[in-house]
Design a protein around this ligand. Structure first.
Ligand SMILES: C[S@@+](CC[C@H](N)C(=O)[O-])C[C@H]1O[C@@H](n2cnc3c(N)ncnc32)[C@H](O)[C@@H]1O
Length: 249
């Protein structure tokens, strides 16, 4: 069943503050993004703007955020009103975004894994390519295709877990729903995304005209290592739940 982000916008926002998300997800993305100063940027599936604001604070300019969930966009706009950064937010489907080939950088944290089949994935990749300048870069993080169901409970130590929907076999097939739970002090929330293999993602990116595809493993921030110790992060790094990727138009 697809996830109603309108209903869980605030809880999802809180989940971004779990230490594994700041010390691993955010840290790895920031390293991967590098210097974004002056880069015209589009954040697809921007949610409540967690990375959109970060990109703008790193001096990307102009920055536009798009998300399917009206509730997420309202949260993003409320934060923009409280602390204006000059970000433009729009509610809509990433697949329909057309700003012309105007962006140096398209960013998307957890967009591709919301495609339920190859056609939806291809439409997302085509939108990414359509909005990039020739030579422009796409940076993304999604569910890790090589994370086996036998590893889905490892995340509990970090505040998340994954599971297959009832009745699904342990051998993952393209399009299988993967239910992520984020265990927060206020209770747990669930979001469902869909299993994609590396080969399928690469095939759709290439078909959309994107090239030079590179996958990246997560890394832990120096502060995260200092605060929690190396052994805390070992299980997560041994079989990471998320996969990072960059490519160019
Ligand atoms: C896991 S959240 C990530 C939000 C944000 N990128 C972050 O990292 O905090 C996934 C987001 O993707 C959005 N989404 C899913 N499918 C989409 C689509 N086709 N177009 C735009 N947004 C989409 C959802 O509404 C949700 O806000």
């Amino acid at each position: 069943m697809s996830t109603d982000y309108d209903r869980i916008a605030r809880e999802y926002q809180a989940s971004k503050l779990q230490p594994w998300r700041t010390h691993v997800e955010r840290h790895t993305l920031l390293e991967l993004l590098g210097d974004v100063r002056g880069l015209s940027t589009l954040d697809l599936a921007c949610g409540e703007g967690y990375y959109t604001r970060l990109l703008r604070k790193l001096c990307a300019q102009p920055v536009v955020g798009v998300d399917l969930s009206r509730g997420m966009i309202e949260l993003a706009e409320a934060q923009e009103a409280a602390q204006p950064l000059g970000i433009a937010y729009h509610a809509g489907d990433a697949r329909a975004v057309d700003l012309g080939p105007s962006r140096d950088l398209v960013f998307a944290a957890y967009l591709l894994n919301y495609s339920e089949d190859y056609d939806q994935l291809l439409a997302m990749c085509e939108a990414i390519a359509r909005n990039l300048k020739p030579g422009g870069r796409f940076v993304t993080v999604n569910n890790q295709p090589n994370d086996p169901p036998s590893n889905f409970e490892t995340g509990r130590a970090y505040g998340y877990s994954k599971r297959l929907e009832a009745g699904r076999s342990e051998s993952l097939r393209e399009g299988d729903p993967i239910v992520w739970s984020f265990h927060l002090p206020e209770g747990s929330i669930e979001v469902t995304n869909y299993y994609l293999t590396e080969a399928t993602v690469e095939c759709a990116l290439r078909a959309a005209g994107l090239q030079n595809i590179r996958w990246h493993l997560p890394r832990v921030s120096p502060t995260g290592l200092q605060e929690f110790g190396e052994s805390h992060w070992r299980p997560l790094l041994a079989c990471p739940p998320i996969a990072f990727l960059e490519c160019h138009r």
